[in-house]
Write a protein that binds this ligand. Structure first.
Ligand code: ATP
Ligand code: MG
Length: 187
């Protein structure tokens, strides 16, 4: 599965629709401070199902929606991120594997009684879990060590040995095992 195109609208600083083609090979994103480079990666992470305040640098679910500017540009009431994936290798989970292209979309709408988040794959509404599993099977996803947060490297360098070990265990995917061992020892 190869990511081909990322679209953002109303997401964080991307107030107008932005359409980014992702060509094969290495992609670099450059620009001045505050232009939205991290927001772009967070858009991708959010689409994959991330909700944590730390991953999104936002405390509430609707904080990812464009909040308006001091210059008077009004806030938006919804945000949407969409990713086109080349599935010609047909490696998606069985229920989504009937087409050469997958379009995964996540949308959040601000409501007075709390915001609502919706996911779809090729226009069909799906659960958050379906999207998370789709990316987990492709060895990526919102919590995958493939996505490294800004500042995470210096955090790692400056960490105490025990913290650094937790970090490495997380990357190696053994955190769950350690938790289960701890539980077993308590019995
Ligand atoms: P740096 O090079 O410093 O890491 P960057 O390119 O990664 O910068 P981002 O952190 O992606 O920049 O973007 C920060 C900008 O996004 C800030 O100006 C902030 O006000 C804006 N921003 C974040 N969330 C929202 C939101 N919900 N609505 C409007 N603007 C937002
Ligand atoms: Mg940044």
């Amino acid at each position: 599965m190869r990511f081909e195109r990322l679209r953002l609208c109303g997401f964080k600083s991307f107030v107008e629709p932005v359409d980014i083609e992702i060509r094969p090979g290495l992609t670099g994103v450059v620009g001045p401070n505050g232009c939205g480079k991290s927001n772009l990666v967070e858009g991708l992470r959010w689409l994959m199902g991330a909700n944590s305040a730390k991953a999104m640098r936002a405390s509430g679910m609707d904080e990812v929606i464009f909040a308006g500017t001091a210059g008077g540009r009004p806030a938006r009431s919804w945000a949407e991120v969409s990713l086109e994936i080349d599935n010609s290798s047909r490696r998606a989970p069985a229920q989504f594997n009937d087409s050469d292209q997958l379009v995964v979309t996540r949308r959040v709408v601000r409501r007075a009684d709390g915001s609502v988040s919706q996911y779809s794959i090729n226009g069909k509404e799906v659960r958050a879990r379906d999207v998370q599993m789709l990316f987990a099977d492709a060895s990526t996803g919102a919590t995958s060590p493939a996505l490294v947060r800004q500042g995470q490297i210096s955090e790692l360098i400056n960490a105490k040995p025990t913290e650094r070990r937790r970090f490495l265990e997380e990357a190696a995917g053994v955190t769950g095992l350690a938790a289960r061992r701890h539980e077993a020892q308590l019995r």
